[in-house]
Design a protein around this ligand. Structure first.
Ligand SMILES: *Cc1c(COP(=O)(O)O)cnc(C)c1O
Ligand code: SF4
Length: 341
């Protein structure tokens, strides 16, 4: 498994106040700290939305009550690095590195050099053997870490071996690279990926400030290679738990041919509690989006239930029943009677 090389910002060229450098270093001994130069370049001021996503915060160390793996991904792994939770689809962890270690990451236990055992050739062989031997699997998502941290030749090898399994129809790649290292998305990469259709990419934008000329160019290259692009956003306190920000983000994504897919309620992962919002924030955001902006721009708001029970969409209450009458609340807040049969 060969990884790409790229340029990172250092703690010294991030313009960090001396007093908090030791805090950052303390956090980094537990949860790795790394920021690509391109993502660091989006920071406008200490404490802004980009900063909060990538600069360690002492509150990460204060949150000890949560589990490292609340979604029970490890126990849902028939072989290491493969998560089989739903009957027909699996997640294959092919990389434990990312250009930026997001402070809210749900796989904090896994990413970076301090994480669990990194994906190896032998582990990949085992996972592919399991997929080959399990005909119910029709959909494989490459995840990590970030799969696009692997070099083109390694990715090509993994995709070729997956495509050789006839019951695997859909291949998805979950990647934050268009945001965190957009220059990684090259014409060569896209020319390679397009040979493995149907291939879908789900990316991960959390804030309108992440929609830049560079991330737009990356998404354009992918979309021009015929790759349908979806987006997963994590709802983050102090970053994007705001109706106007979410509206700009979701319509901005549609404008660069990325279709909002999921808005995730923060998982109960250790070290991330300071980002968590009440469900009411997410419901309020969905209420403010639905009907007010293009339906194509409205994601499903989901909770990934603890214990590996799966993702469940949640919606604002719009339905009340009275006999065979139901009362439905419209996007304008009007209550309308509708006869059910
Ligand atoms: C999210 C997820 C999937 C994919 O779910 P979709 O709803 O089909 O996007 C598959 N496996 C696991 C373990 C997941 O967490
Ligand atoms: S890019 Fe994804 S996997 Fe990597 S640290 Fe960020 S959220 Fe976690």
């Amino acid at each position: 498994m060969n990884y790409i090389n790229y340029s990172c910002a250092t703690i010294n060229n991030l313009n960090i106040n001396k007093e908090i450098i030791s805090d950052i270093q303390a956090v980094a001994t537990r949860y790795p700290f790394l920021v690509s130069s391109s993502y660091a370049g989006l920071i406008q001021a200490p404490g802004d939305a980009v900063w909060r996503q990538c600069i360690p915060d002492v509150r990460e160390l204060e949150d000890d009550g949560q589990l490292a793996d609340p979604l029970a991904e490890v126990s849902l792994s028939p072989v290491p690095g493969l998560i089989h939770r739903y009957p027909d689809r699996v997640v294959l962890l092919v990389s434990n590195r990312c250009p930026v270690y997001c402070r809210f990451c749900m796989r904090k236990r896994h990413v970076g050099c301090g994480g669990t055992e990194p994906p190896s050739r032998e582990r990949l062989d085992q996972a592919l053997a399991y997929i080959r031997a399990t005909p119910a699997i029709r959909d494989v998502t490459l995840s990590g870490g970030d799969p696009l941290m692997l070099d083109d030749a390694t990715l090509h090898d993994i995709l070729t071996r997956l495509r050789a399994i006839s019951h695997v129809t859909v291949i998805r790649i979950g990647t934050r690279i268009p945001v965190t290292l957009p220059e990684r998305v090259t014409p060569e990469l896209c020319a390679m990926l397009r040979r493995f259709h149907p291939l879908y990419v789900n990316t991960h934008f959390n804030h309108p400030a992440e929609i830049t000329s560079a991330s737009t160019a990356a998404c354009t290259l992918l979309a021009d290679a015929g790759i349908p692009l979806g987006n997963q956003t994590v709802l983050l306190r102090g970053v994007n738990d705001d109706v106007a920000i979410m509206r700009d983000l979701m319509s901005g994504l549609l404008g660069i041919r990325v279709r909002p897919y999921y808005l995730h309620q923060m998982d109960l992962v250790r070290g991330t509690a300071h980002f968590r919002t009440p469900l009411a924030s997410g419901l309020e955001i969905i209420r403010a989006l639905r009907g007010h902006i293009s339906g194509l721009a409205v994601p499903h708001y989901v909770i990934d239930l603890p214990g590996g029970k799966g993702k469940v969409p949640i919606l604002p209450d719009t339905l009340e029943r009275d006999g065979d009458q139901v009362f439905v609340t419209t996007y304008r807040g009007e209550r309308v009677a509708y006869r059910d049969i």
